[in-house]
Design a protein around this ligand. Structure first.
Ligand code: ZN
Ligand code: ZN
Ligand code: ZN
Length: 331
């Protein structure tokens, strides 16, 4: 994991594609991002492609998340790519070291233990059985009568024999032949969520998920997290945006803040929510503060017309939210 600045990390965090991916991890829908092999393009990450739309941007997107410490990697495989066209549709060929053709024959060497004669398996082959060409005895039991003594290759072109061929590659896409020296040899990873982030984000997810589910069960169309473009053109993230239906203009924006120390939540969260609300202008804005809001924050919430819900936990917050929704619909 590389060290990156807080601002850079915050920038990634605001990326809606990352939020969608993070949600898949936190909801348990995704445990690991395993690559799936595609014969033409090599390994791909279909779940990520669904999120970001453009398959060519997937690896850049994932590398960025890794560099900022959001994801960690486990080596999954290594792939060979063509140096000319970058295709992963590459075969391995074994070449004759003398004339470099791939038209070679590979045989096993067999040693007849009792007489010590060694030759290729085809020289022992006698219809359905193995017979020693030197002493004419039958070889019945492996490891007792005979044993494998390695491999032996012979070239169908230059007719020479050798034990170790030269490995090379052939690109099935552009037909280029290339050697190890020129091969593009790449790592492919499985990606997992960084545990620290998982804990941080998991705490927040546990706060938001029940409120989101509650609103959904009450017939709201809910997006969580949700990104809305403000009048300024800037994108703002809210924990939850709820509306009566998908097309509704009357949006309810909800942010949830937890005081990690159990003390009052600072008014800063009201100020930052107001900045977003001012730009986005949802019909209603609500900040849920757990366990409570500071005195200054309460005053600011009233001034900024942000509905403040203070509750000891998310369940108590849901009760208060329900009461406030009933009140609104009664108005
Ligand atoms: Zn023999
Ligand atoms: Zn040869
Ligand atoms: Zn190629």
């Amino acid at each position: 994991m590389l060290e990156t600045s807080k601002e850079e990390r915050a920038e990634v965090y605001r990326d809606s594609r990352f939020q969608l991916l993070l949600n898949k991890f936190l909801s348990g829908e995704l445990d690991k991002l395993n690559p799936v092999y595609d014969p033409q393009q090599g390994y791909r990450y279909p779940q990520v492609e669904l999120i970001i739309g453009d398959p060519t941007l997937t690896s850049e997107f994932l590398s960025r998340l890794y560099e900022h410490g959001f994801l960690r990697t486990e080596l999954y495989d290594k792939t060979i790519h063509c140096p000319a066209c970058d295709s992963a549709n590459v075969s391995t060929r074994y070449l004759c070291p003398y004339c470099k053709t791939f038209d070679i024959r590979k045989n096993s060497l067999i040693e007849h233990i009792s007489c010590g004669y060694i030759d290729t398996d085809e020289r022992f082959d006698n219809r359905d059985k193995l017979v020693c060409p030197k002493c004419n005895k039958e070889l019945a039991k492996p490891d007792v009568d005979y044993r494998k003594a390695g491999v032996w290759c012979s070239c169908n072109e230059c007719k020479k024999s050798f034990d170790i061929p030269v490995p090379s590659h052939h690109c099935r896409n552009c037909n280029m032949d290339f050697m190890f020296e020129d091969a593009q040899y790449r790592n492919t990873y499985t990606y997992c969520l960084n545990e620290t982030l998982m804990r941080e984000a998991g705490t927040h997810y546990k706060l938001v998920a029940p409120v989101r589910d509650f609103l959904q069960s009450h017939g709201f169309h809910v997006e969580s997290p949700s990104f809305l473009k403000g009048k300024s053109g800037a994108n703002h993230i809210f924990d939850i945006i709820a509306s009566i239906d998908e097309t509704a203009k009357e949006l309810l924006a909800i942010d949830i803040v937890l005081s990690p120390t159990g003390e009052a939540v600072s008014e800063q969260s009201i100020i930052s929510m107001f900045a977003k609300v001012f730009d986005v202008t949802p019909a209603k804005a609500c900040l849920i503060a757990i366990p409570k809001m500071s005195e200054n924050g309460r005053k600011l919430a009233e001034l900024y017309k942000i509905k403040l819900i203070e509750a000891k936990d998310q369940n108590a917050a849901i009760d208060l939210l329900e009461a406030s929704l009933d009140q609104t619909s009664a108005e």
